[in-house]
Design a protein around this ligand. Sequence first.
Ligand code: NDP
Length: 332
Amino acid sequence: MTTARTLIVSHDDVVRLLPMAACIDLMGETLGALTRGEGLLPLRTVLRLPGQRNMFATMPAVLGPSIGAKVITVFPDNEGTPYESHIGVVLYFESTNGRLLAIIDASSVTAIRTAAVSGLATRWLARPDARTLGILGSGVQAMTHLEAMCAVRDFSTIRVWSRHHPNALAFAERAAATLGRTVEVVPRAEDAVRGADVVCTTTGAREPVVRGEWLAPGAHLNAVGASVATARELDSEAVRRARLYVDRRESVMAEAGDFLIPREEGVVDNTHIVGELGELVLGRVPGRRSADEVTIFKSLGLAVEDVASARFIYERAEALGTGTWVALGGLR
Ligand code: NDP
């Protein structure tokens, strides 16, 4: 009998079905495929809610035979409430009959795939002997970034800074309990960045929290938190000092204050971008050239990352019999 069933996948199932190490490899395949021209990826649509910082975003993409879209609210104002800042679903369709195969929790997909892309960048760009990690921020992305960084490098020292010190302390407790990692809480962003071989910025800051003069020779930095043209986590000197890699040039030109503000100041121009991560993975642009150069990966987050994650989750859920099936409609 012909059926039109759709799989609903919860947060906890996503965490089980999309392990970090597998997601890092998946993101390498996905960004390589995007660079080879195997995807359709318009810029996301972001509606800023009147009089608020909060946003509603739709992020569609086609990747090979997969069609999908992430539909999310991005509510920085959820700070201090029980709710995450990114809430919504990833919709996953097939391209033979256009059936909706899955509706998947987007908070967990976003948390994992974003950190996995930073993990990929770190695998390719950080020094192989990187031992000290500095994380700025102590929220959802900070935790998945800790996991991703530890999947690609062997860190002996991990430091975290957060705007509110108690949140950094709670982060260190969670890191010990859930990942078995010892994290040192430091009082200033500078203390987390100075001497670090790898730095991840995962804050909601709109003004720089990292100064270029703090970055150690040979450091690699993943800049994750700012994803609109008017906000940035890095000062212009940090960007000037570094060889800059991005997830996608087109998105950077529209959404990345970390690049657009220094460009506006005349500190860098478009040639400062060495390449996209997909180009790096395919060997089309060079990676790190010496042990003392500074590299930055600017992450904005791409819908193809969500669609690829959705396909992976759907196929594993179907194979394992996980999730809940519903008949939404779609049959004649
Ligand atoms: P959370 O709300 O879980 O955490 C936010 C963190 O940012 C907290 O540690 C908070 O510190 C810190 N923070 C907020 N405002 C400031 C500020 N003005 N200065 C310094 N620190 C600040 O959010 P997420 O972890 O989910 O997301 C973190 C950032 O990453 C967000 O900006 C989000 O939009 C972005 N993001 C980017 C993605 C990408 O693909 N590149 C994907 C998903 C998210 P404290 O708690 O101590 O106040």
